[in-house]
Design a protein around this ligand. Structure first.
Ligand code: GLU
Length: 510
């Protein structure tokens, strides 16, 4: 790529960032890194009505958690600062006026009531009202009023907006890096508001184009919901005379519900029990939403899963580190059609990352849970226990249930297992086994297995009965890894203690 790649993630702080938004940020980041370019974070907060306190902080924390680094923008600074649109307020009016002067836009003074009348008239005639070439000259606009009247209205403080003067019956031809060549007839489009005097703020369309231009954005990679705005954006570049340096566009496919039909929403998550947001969220009014982080997902697994929702590497590979994603990512492998989210696949990714963690990494993640459960142990033992059982875990939170008996002796016993094994000759044989274990000096997994195995063979006892009875004594249930993993882990003294405890406290089943 000859031109410097500069991409931006431009969220509006209207609530928690949806996982679809995180994917947009991720693809921008991968594209920037792949091409040695810059990733910019711009906060588009010009819609004061939809502004939600805390949303911006949430966005920044989410990106950080995912490992999506910002080179320039809010929280980082850079040559085009400020990057928060509300702090760039003064910039936009000049551009709105420039469009009016060039005949590409006009002032409109109509009131909500006037528009309502027109809307109702249209409905009565069985039509939908559109603010476009059919009405703009009939309404009080700078197209219908004299120059003097327009100036007078503005001077006396009337409320006005600047609207784009969408050409009538012109075909706009556009190129999208994912969708290819797209054509739209302008007669199907309306005259969008670009600037509002009421709050002295631009709308999304004007601020977005002006900022992309001033910030020298080379590629706009964003969600498919913005595709209908593309003709207007093309025309705005033309109206400003910036078409030669306008960015290239790529509109990403939607994330679809697990059932396939429609956009993935928070409601789907609530219904089916999966998060649609990266982090736990509490709204200013106290509503909450689940987050991947708090639900126990690893950031790397979440990112890996998201990367493959809409992009494919062209191979069978599914596990990618961030660096591998950067090395492999390209927009031409992003699909045109929506990507269906599968909650089980998200869990699968997490399990894969879980299984690849070293004992040291696991220890660090597991220690807080052990402490919460009143267990004080070394990192070595915490990591070892987690390492033995990680293949059966999807989340770090699963480990306690899978490994608690390594640290805490059972005092209650699983009913089903008790009924099955704590009867007949088993308690007496466990007593015999106790003596065999007591005689072993080298309590390593291999040696204990060899000694106990030889004893069972010599006595011609049933291996299953003996082992399951021992499991009941040491684990308190029918679960757990190989028995000799447990004996070696807890050691001889603890083994004998647990056996003594069950012999003394659990009444055999008649
Ligand atoms: N502020 C818009 C949003 O919230 C940005 C769209 C764009 O990237 O142009 O999605």
């Amino acid at each position: 790529m000859s031109q410097e790649v500069r991409v931006r993630f431009a969220p509006s702080p209207t609530g928690p960032l949806h996982m679809g938004g995180v994917r947009t940020a991720l693809y921008n980041y991968l594209f920037a890194r792949r091409h040695g370019g810059k990733m910019i974070l711009r906060i588009e907060d010009t819609d004061s009505q939809r502004f939600v306190p805390g949303a911006e902080e949430y966005i920044i924390e989410s990106l950080k958690w995912c490992g999506i680094e910002i080179d320039e923008g809010v929280g980082v600074g850079g040559p085009h600062a400020p990057y928060r649109q509300s702090e760039r307020k003064e910039i936009y009016l000049k551009y709105a006026k420039q469009l009016v002067e060039a005949g590409w836009a006009y002032y409109a003074f109509d009131t909500a009531e006037e528009l309502d009348v027109l809307r109702k008239d249209a409905e009565a005639a069985g039509q939908t009202f559109a603010y476009n070439y059919t009405v703009r000259e009939k309404l009080p606009t700078s197209l219908s009023l004299s120059k003097e009247e327009v100036e007078e209205r503005i001077a006396r403080g009337d409320i006005w907006v600047v609207r784009f003067k969408m050409p009538e019956n012109e075909v706009v031809e556009m190129d999208d890096l994912i969708r290819g060549h797209v054509k739209v007839n302008t007669s199907t489009l309306d005259d969008k508001v670009l600037y509002k005097s009421a709050d002295a703020l631009p709308t999304y369309h004007l601020a977005n184009i002006v900022d992309d231009h001033l910030m020298e954005i080379s590629h706009v990679i964003r969600g498919e919901e913005w595709l209908p705005s593309l003709p207007l954006h093309y025309l705005l570049y033309r109206a400003f005379g910036w078409q030669d340096s306008q960015p290239q566009f790529a509109h990403l496919p939607l994330l679809l519900k697990p059932t396939g039909g429609g956009k993935l929403s928070k409601r789907d998550g609530d219904k089916m029990g999966f998060p649609v947001f990266p982090l736990f969220w509490t709204s200013p009014t106290g509503e909450t939403a689940h987050g991947y982080r708090e639900d126990g997902y690893f950031a790397e697994a979440f990112v890996n899963m998201l990367a493959l929702l809409g992009w494919n590497p062209g191979t069978e590979q599914e596990i990618f580190s961030m660096q591998e994603l950067i090395d492999n990512f390209s927009l031409d492998r992003v699909s045109k059609s929506g990507a269906r989210f599968q909650p089980d696949k998200a869990k699968w990714f997490n399990a894969q990352y879980m299984h690849h963690k070293s004992d040291e990494e696991l220890a660090e993640l597991y220690q807080p849970i052990l402490r919460e459960n009143g267990v004080e142990t070394t990192d070595e033992l915490a990591g070892k226990a987690a390492g033995i059982m990680k293949e059966r875990a999807t989340f770090i939170g699963d480990l306690w249930d899978l490994t608690s008996y390594f640290f805490v002796a059972p005092t209650t016993y699983d009913e089903k297992q008790t009924k099955k094994y704590w009867k007949g000759e088993n308690p007496a044989r466990l007593k015999e086994l106790r003596e065999v274990l007591a005689s072993i000096d080298d309590f390593s997994k291999e040696n204990t297995e060899a000694v106990v195995g030889a004893w069972i063979a010599e006595k011609e006892y049933g291996m299953g009965q003996i082992m399951n009875t021992l499991r009941l004594a040491l684990v308190g249930a029918g679960k757990g890894p190989g028995m000799y993993d447990v004996t070696a882990f807890i050691g001889k003294e603890e083994c004998l203690k647990r056996i003594d405890y069950i012999l003394e406290n659990l009444k055999p089943i008649e």
